[in-house]
Design a protein around this ligand. Structure first.
Ligand SMILES: [Zn+2]
Length: 423
């Protein structure tokens, strides 16, 4: 039978069977009360054109999702009703004046989730359009990208017995952890005001560990030739551990003064991340300067590092400037506000940083193994475990301070832990 004949036979077979249906959902935003049940009038059967007997392909001018279901309309309707009841998709979305101050974001007017959501509602809200949805996905999907790169590297490198690869192993682990922690923080940040603070404490802790991962990889692979075996290389990782503790402490503390002194809080939090970044990047700056003064040729590794620096500055700008939503409050509530751009910029920057670290690691391997310090278990995994435990301790202290603090009355609108709605 020819291909055309097969298609026709399949089409005719489909046309005979009543249960072969293609229900169409016009998608989120097509109308305010859209649902599958209301859209049954749009169910399409695979129809045949009576003139030539060929299948008639419908044309759509809106986004659609197809569900191919054996069993027909009744079965799909039943599944829909059961699923809707079981999943309990959270549908309530609030405006800024309906949620406590602690949940409010500059320039974001609508799309807030319920400030006392259950954990299940928080997870399900990732699939519903609100002002956190893109924040969640812009760090969830990159987590999988970095994990995929990690496993690809794992299949080509001997991470366990080759000590030269240990700094890379720590770095790869942490670039998978920080977007995932951030994603979880954005998902569960609306369970209560306290949970919001604690979620972001973990987010800051993961970011400060990431800064340590950068320091460990830079300390072994990126250090300029003239600094190898110097005082700065020998003390680079211990200082980076101190920076990570400072970073977590400052950023967690900044949440306590956020409502009373927003400018001070922002400055503290920005400073908390800029300090370790600048420290980690000093060897890189020096190498770029040396390279510019010398041959003016950056090479693959330094080109990637320069792109990373560019995106790091953009990330910092987006974090502090709150653009574009500050210029047009309410316009970017769902798409395009600064925190989403900040996430994307951070991830793209991390991608270039990873490429730079990989290029340095492979191209300088022979020279570094001959002239430099060999990475030890203590200076890689030891530093990571020590910093992890100490950071966890800091988060525990700040969480305890938050939870054991006397609860303010609802009239005290500036109190950071007040969970009452300000109508
Ligand atoms: Zn975020």
């Amino acid at each position: 039978m020819s291909t055309q004949g097969s298609v026709l036979a399949l089409g005719k077979c489909l046309a005979c069977l009543e249960f072969m249906l293609f229900p169409v959902w016009r998608g989120i935003g097509a109308s305010s009360s859209i649902s599958w049940s209301q859209e049954w009038s749009r169910c399409l059967k695979w129809e045949f054109d009576s003139r030539d007997g060929g299948p008639r392909i419908p044309v759509f001018d809106y986004p659609i999702w197809f569900v191919f279901c054996r069993g027909g309309r009744a079965r799909i309707r039943e599944v829909y009703q059961r699923g809707r009841g079981a999943i309990r998709l959270p549908t309530d979305i609030f405006d800024i004046h309906q949620v406590p101050k602690v949940f409010r974001e500059d320039g974001i007017i609508s799309g807030y989730r319920h400030p006392r959501s259950s954990a299940l509602d928080c997870i399900l809200s990732s699939f519903q359009m609100n002002n956190e949805t893109i924040n969640i996905w812009t760090h969830f999907l990159p987590t999988w990208y970095f994990l995929w790169r990690f496993f690809l590297l794992g299949s080509t490198m001997d991470f366990l017995s080759d000590s030269y690869a240990w700094p890379l192993l720590v770095y790869m682990l942490l670039i998978c952890v920080y977007p995932f922690t951030s994603c979880c923080a954005h998902i569960f940040s609306t369970m209560s005001p306290e949970s919001r603070h604690i979620c972001y404490f973990f987010d800051y802790g993961a970011l400060s560990l990431y800064s340590l991962g950068c320091a460990i990889s830079y300390g072994f692979y990126v250090m300029p030739d003239c600094w190898v075996n110097s005082w700065i290389q020998q003390h680079f990782i211990p200082i980076a551990i101190g920076n990570s503790l400072l970073c977590t402490s400052m950023s967690c503390y900044s949440r306590f003064v956020e409502l009373q002194f927003p400018q001070r809080s922002k400055a503290l939090r920005t400073g908390a991340f800029v300090v370790p970044f600048l420290f980690d990047t000093v060897p890189l700056f020096y190498r770029v300067l040396l390279s510019c003064w010398g041959s003016c040729s950056l090479g693959e590794a330094l080109s990637n590092h320069c792109y990373h620096l560019l995106f790091a500055f953009l990330t910092c700008f987006l974090f502090t400037a709150h653009l574009p939503e500050r210029l047009a409050p309410g316009r970017f509530d769902y798409f395009g506000h600064s925190h989403q751009l900040f996430h994307v910029s951070a991830v793209v920057g991390t991608h270039f940083q990873m490429e730079g670290v990989l290029a340095d690691m492979s191209s300088r391997r022979q020279w570094l193994q001959t002239h430099g310090l060999a990475p030890s278990f203590l200076s890689t995994f030891g530093a990571l475990v020590l910093s992890f435990v100490l950071n966890l301790g800091i988060i525990a202290v700040f969480s305890a301070l938050l939870l054991w603090k006397p609860r303010p009355s609802c009239g005290q609108q500036h109190a950071p832990t007040c969970g009452c709605k300000e109508q």
